[in-house]
Design a protein around this ligand. Structure first.
Ligand code: PEP
Ligand code: MG
Length: 589
């Protein structure tokens, strides 16, 4: 049993076999010995790989036939014969059984032997078959170890996905019911794949350095997404401990789903806690986690993984359904639909351009203002959906007042067009700006004049304030939500919103860290929005505090006059929570 430590990225616990995703050819095919009790699993894995490879080849054959390439199709028909070759199959299974090696190793050695035999033959037909064997060996090995391209289809049993890193598009393609957890070499808790794991309620540990070479396909691992550890080959005791943790986590979740409309402080004060959601990820469990609304609907996920942008109708249906569902979450429920936030690491084929510095490039609202037709289509779809539930509209990445004014002009244009055609929509639809660029946080007073609410995107705000890439584990220590500079800006944004009488929420994942989320609530944030799986923890902690205690907590960092480092602020806050919430450790696990 070995334990690797990385970054706690998505809360939850899971034990299961490893499925290695090969991305960019970075992971080598692992060959290793196995224990006798794993033999039948390996044989099964090999048989599944044969079936999978056959399906791939049959697909190629029918495409070639459609294109009338009958000669090429014959080559692949020969591949099917080789894949079905009883002698080769039994040789590979024998090697697994008698040699006690994994399927990859058995395939490699059996194919090497077959190649040797074919090469020695005088018949040119058989010598030609060597190339076919090479091709088939590669195909089988790729299916066995889960190459990027075949990743989703190669995954057959519930597994822990181990990868160098995963893009948001790769992640959404994976069948949710077969993914028990994620463990990656790179990435960080605010990278987009991490947010997706959280939205899907899948435990994840990132920034593990070299997990891809430390585990083997099929090997059992246990991942603890709350504390950021991966245990390789866990013993029976560890597996029992995981089962207990899983159970405790379930109890905390159940307590949050008690049907109360908001999170209630110990003395009756109220804090709204909403969820961040991605289209494509089921939202039916939001109530169960205690979410009372949707504070951030990441609309760009409707664009990922496809060749064409979604039509107005398709967008409308997605927004309308989400709005209708959100309505059922409670009295104060609303859904904040954020317009297309692409660019940065959210690459959409055929839409986003390759840029030198994509995080500082033509992303989000900048892209929409340059592509008015795309913007207007989306605005129409959102406005139409607003007739079906309490919808709020939100612009991401606002850097200055000019952008806001331009966006509002386009919105007015769309509203007039809808009115001219008597299309119903909510004429009072609240419009907000995300505050996630330092210039907007500094100039929040001016920006507040043009909107109905603010939502602070700390994922980006912290990365831009600290100049530390949110997805890069090597600068993770600089990614500091409690850095005095960040706290200074948070206070400025909150004060600017209060002066103007508009609501302010935080939809960055920092809200889900119990120490930091409670700090934002204490500083005066009206709504905390986060991945739903984190809501029960924050609710539990807030319900154990009074408003007066929260006020004291909110001033904690100020008592140090900015003299503390980010970590010192964090530790001081944590110590305070431990002293005031008797079962704090138990809740945060
Ligand atoms: C943020 O930046 O905090 C945010 C919520 O937006 P995203 O994570 O989608 O960039
Ligand atoms: Mg952002």
């Amino acid at each position: 049993m070995r334990v690797m430590t990385g970054l706690a990225t998505s809360r939850g616990f899971a034990v299961g076999p490893v499925f290695i995703c090969r991305g960019n050819g970075k992971v080598n095919i692992a060959e290793y010995s196995i224990e006798p009790d794993r033999v039948e699993d390996e044989v099964l894995r090999f048989r599944r790989a044969i079936n999978e490879a056959k399906r791939d080849v049959e697909g190629i054959i029918s495409t070639l036939k459609e294109r009338s390439s009958r000669d090429d199709a014959m080559v692949f028909e020969c591949h099917i014969m080789l894949l079905e070759d009883i002698e080769l199959i039994s040789q590979i299974e024998d090697r697994i059984r008698k040699g006690l090696v994994n399927a990859e190793s058995a395939v490699r050695s059996a194919y090497a032997e077959a190649r040797g035999k074919f090469e020695q033959m005088n018949d040119s037909y058989f010598r030609e078959r060597v190339r076919d064997l090479d091709d088939l060996e590669r195909r089988l090995l790729s299916v066995l170890s889960g190459f990027g391209e075949n990743m989703a289809s190669a995954l057959k049993i519930p597994s822990i996905i181990v990868a160098d890193d995963l893009t948001p598009s790769e992640t959404v393609q994976l069948p949710r019911d077969l993914v028990l957890g994620f463990a990656t070499n790179g990435g960080s808790p605010t990278s987009h794949v991490a947010l997706l794991a959280r939205a899907m309620g899948i435990p994840a540990v990132t920034g593990l350095g070299d997990i891809t070479s430390s585990v083997r396909a099929g090997e059992r691992v246990a991942i603890d997404g709350a504390n950021g550890t991966v245990t390789i080959c866990p013993d029976a005791r560890t597996i029992r401990e995981y089962a207990d943790l899983y159970e405790r986590e379930r109890e905390i979740s159940e307590a949050a789903a008690d049907g109360s409309p908001v999170c209630t402080l110990k003395d009756g004060g109220e804090i709204l806690i909403f969820a961040n959601v991605h289209p494509g990820v089921p939202i039916s469990r939001l109530r169960e986690h205690g979410a009372r609304g949707v504070g951030l609907y990441r609309s760009e996920y409707l664009w990922l993984n496809r060749e064409h942008e979604p039509s107005e109708e398709e967008q409308f249906r997605a927004y309308r359904d989400a709005a209708r569902f959100t309505n059922t979450l409670g009295e104060n429920a609303s859904i904040t639909i954020r317009v297309l936030d692409i660019g940065g690491d959210k690459i959409v084929r055929g839409i986003t351009r390759k840029e030198e510095n994509p995080f500082l490039g033509d992303r989000s609202i900048r892209y929409l203002l340059h592509n008015k037709a795309v913007f207007k289509t989306q605005l129409r779809a959102i406005l139409r959906a607003s007739a079906f539930g309490k919808v709020q509209l939100m612009y991401p990445m606002i850097s200055c007042v000019e952008e806001l004014k331009k966006a509002q002009e386009i919105l007015d244009e769309v509203k007039k067009e809808l009115e001219a055609n008597s299309v119903p929509y909510d004429h009072e639809i609240p419009v907000g700006a995300m505050i996630e660029v330092p210039s907007a946080a500094i100039n929040a007073g001016a920006i507040a004049k043009y909107v109905d609410f603010f939502s602070i995107g700390t994922n980006d705000l912290v990365q831009y304030v600290m100049a530390a890439d949110r997805g890069n584990e090597s600068v993770a220590s600089l990614y500091q939500p409690t850095n005095p500079a960040v706290l200074f800006l948070m206070r400025n944004v909150i004060a600017s919103a209060k002066r103007r009488g508009i609501k302010v929420s935080v939809c960055g994942e920092s809200a889900s860290d119990p120490v930091v989320g409670v700090l934002w609530a204490a500083m005066g944030i009206d709504v905390l929005s986060m991945s739903a799986t984190y809501i029960p923890v924050i609710s539990a902690i807030l319900s154990r505090l009074t408003r007066a205690e929260l006020d004291e907590y909110g001033l904690l960092d100020e008592t140090f006059n900015g003299d503390l480092t980010a970590d010192e602020v964090y530790q001081a806050c944590r110590a305070w929570l431990k002293a005031h919430v008797f079962d704090f450790e138990n809740i945060v696990l």
